[in-house]
Design a protein around this ligand. Structure first.
Ligand code: ATP
Ligand code: CA
Ligand code: CA
Ligand code: CA
Ligand code: CA
Length: 637
């Protein structure tokens, strides 16, 4: 228990001495699938000895004898068990306990009962959807699917639906072959699951124009199903290609894949959308060609990003569910479970496949950075053929995600370029605030040359918003910091500045608005981005020149993750000391940081007794808007 290690896809399992031939594996796989289809009897431990999942290089996260999910894609050459996308068990178990029901075993099989788990969300009862209740499953979609399309064979299957080949009988795309994802209404057993399907269709439609998003054509329904008609991607899943190669990509090939993944991600993040289920099964190639275009699919777990209003889980709650001491000491703020919300209000969803799930998804609210983590996991797998976080059970994987540092020492890492390693590490930072954004990742020196062009980074908006709403003292601190920004980051900031189309050397509010409008889809309109723009109102009456833009748009957390942080902070502090010359009291400082009197003892240490100014330590902490645990309120970010 608690062992964290990554696995080599192309090597033998400790427990097995020989790798069976590919054909043998396939035969095992087929017979296993048949077995599953013909009988629902759980496998005995004896049966698991011949279970092909035991020889899978992707180790089953399920305990011995527990059959993996039946979801499988026909025609797939290799099929290793990936867990279903809902590591919701810990939260559900804790809720049950809170309601006085018996706890469920912590390391039991991953729940397949989607109806109960409901994508990891609690609160079905609160939202009016109960099993067997009268749910309105009418979406208002067209009803004449059969008149327009001729359905062919199945091309893929997931936990929520299966996808078939089809041919358009009439209309604009007459004669064209398409893919149809068929989602059964019988699986929609709560208002939330219906809402999820509605949102999946809405997002697919809104994001459809981008070159790395699957193209949406049409949507229909009948009494039993919803039919989502989209572009047919004939090249199969990225997962299959990774497996076919034994998991290792030469850097040049990995880069080609990642640039496509990241440009799609930068695009939907700019729209205010988080995918939440980025994994190699959810990227498809348009054709069988080696250099086929990659497309993102499956917005079934997606949602609009929440910006800056994080909710917190308390350590007691987490201690019950994920026994990790790191979590407890790390948590700050108010728990949304104990902090007065009733338990039938919606939890922050815990979604995404276990292997790709970001630490903050496991311990608090999260946003677009969680997708970046998943891309970090994919990058790691592409480059070295192993998973960075591995465990035999779902909670073992989670512990590993929370505690373990991925291995960058063993083979083949010594042969991988340091710049590629730096790239992966900057995606897999456990602190979501220190991770690169998708637009930054595309500008990283490892990818820069592959890159078709820089993209507007939505996170700039968040940073500028908090800068212009910060106190003058804090802005002065950030201005001092901007004098010490390393060249690499300056290049990125300059590019973002130019993308915002400055006038007479500076940016006005309308430059920010116009730049967003240029890229806006229907998704953006429904997202929180318009709220952020509203909060930038103070910029209507002034202008940010490049120097001040740097102070506003630099991420202190990201700088702090750099090896040179100490030097950067020292240079910045020297500037600040010269310019921020006024003496401050503890009360003033607490006010600047919106902290209560509880924080006074701590803030005292930040102020030099000789002259009442911030000391170096205080300056560095002040820059981060550090959270003081004992204080009654949190600073705004
Ligand atoms: N446009 C498409 N073209 C070709 N195949 C597709 C297309 N869309 C989906 N598929 C196939 O169907 C599979 C399932 O689709 P999708 O991921 O949308 O379903 P799901 O039930 O939401 O899956 P999950 O279990 O990951 O939530 C995909 O992994 C892929 O193999
Ligand atoms: Ca459900
Ligand atoms: Ca699948
Ligand atoms: Ca999927
Ligand atoms: Ca899905």
């Amino acid at each position: 228990m608690g062992h964290c290690y990554s696995r080599n896809i192309s090597t033998v399992d400790d427990d097995d001495n020989e790798i069976p031939s590919v054909t043998a594996q396939l035969q095992h796989h087929r017979s296993h699938n048949n077995q599953q289809a013909s009988s629902s009897i759980p496998q005995s431990p004896a049966a698991s000895e011949v279970n092909p999942y035991n020889i899978s290089p992707f180790h089953s996260p399920l305990p011995a004898g527990v059959a993996p999910s039946p979801a499988s894609t026909p025609g797939r050459k290799f099929k290793w068990p990936f867990p279903p996308p809902s590591p919701a068990k810990p939260i559900m178990a804790a809720l049950r306990r809170r309601r006085g029901a018996a706890p469920q075993p912590r390391d039991g099989p991953i729940p397949e009962d989607r109806e109960e788990v409901d994508h990891g969300r609690a609160g079905g009862s609160g939202s009016g959807g109960g099993i067997g209740g009268r749910l309105d499953k009418n979406f208002g979609f067209a009803k004449n699917f059969e008149a327009k399309y001729e359905l062919g064979k199945e091309v893929g299957r997931g936990h929520f639906g299966h996808t078939c080949w089809a041919k358009a009988k009439k209309g604009k795309i007459k004669g064209q072959t398409v893919a149809v994802k068929i989602i059964s209404k019988s699986k929609m057993t709560s208002a939330l699951s219906i809402e999820d399907v509605r949102r999946e269709v809405k997002l697919l439609k809104a994001l459809s124009g981008h070159s790395h998003m699957v193209k949406f054509y049409d949507v229909f329904e009948d009494a039993d199903n919803v039919f989502v008609v989209m572009e047919l991607c004939e090249g199969g899943e990225l997962l299959d290609r990774i497996l076919a190669r034994g998991g290792r990509y030469p850097e040049a090939d990995a880069k080609r894949i990642l640039v496509q993944i990241l440009s799609a991600t930068a695009f939907f993040h700019l729209q205010g959308v988080v995918h939440r289920d980025l994994k190699p099964e959810n990227f498809l190639f348009t054709s069988k060609n080696e250099d086929a275009t990659l497309k993102v699919i499956d917005f079934g777990l997606s949602d609009f990003a929440r910006f800056g209003n994080d909710l917190f889980l308390c350590s007691t709650f987490l201690y019950m569910t994920l026994p990790s001491r790191i979590l407890c000491s790390d948590l700050r703020g108010e728990c949304f479970l104990c902090g007065g919300l009733s338990s039938d209000q919606r939890l922050n969803d815990v979604v995404g496949s276990a292997y790709y799930v970001a630490p903050e998804v496991l311990h608090r609210s999260y946003s677009t950075e969680a997708d970046i983590w998943s891309i970090g996991v994919i990058s790691y797998i592409l480059l070295c053929g192993s998973r960075p976080f591995y465990g035999r059970t779902e909670s073992a994987i989670f512990r590993c995600v929370l505690r373990a540092n991925p291995n960058f020492e063993d083979l083949p890492w010594p042969s991988i370029s340091p710049i590629a390693k730096d790239f992966v590490k900057r995606l897999l930072n456990k602190d979501h605030r220190k991770r690169m954004t998708a637009a930054q990742a595309l500008a990283h020196p490892w990818l820069r040359d592959e890159n078709p062009g820089l993209l507007l980074d939505f996170s700039i908006y968040k940073l500028v918003k908090s800068y212009i709403r910060a106190s003058p003292f804090r802005r002065a601190a950030l201005k001092a910091l901007s004098k010490a920004i390393p060249e690499e980051e300056l290049v990125f900031l300059k590019a973002q500045f130019m993308l915002l189309d400055p006038e007479d050397g500076g940016l006005h509010l309308h430059n920010f608005t116009t730049a967003l409008t240029r890229y806006a889809t229907d998704a953006m309109i429904e997202s929180r981005l318009p709220d952020i723009l509203n909060m930038m109102q103070p910029l209507a009456h002034r202008k940010l020149d490049f120097e001040e833009f740097c102070a506003a748009a630099v991420s202190v957390y990201q700088l702090e993750a750099l090896e040179e942080w100490e030097q950067i902070a020292t240079i910045a502090f020297d500037h600040f000391e010269r310019e921020g010359s006024r003496a401050i009291s503890v009360q003033e400082l607490a006010e600047e940081m919106s902290l209560g009197p509880n924080a006074y003892p701590l803030l005292k240490d930040w102020i030099r007794s000789s002259d009442g100014k911030l000391n170096f330590l205080g300056y560095a902490k002040f820059l981060h808007g550090v959270t003081v645990r004992s204080s009654s309120s949190r600073p705004t970010r």
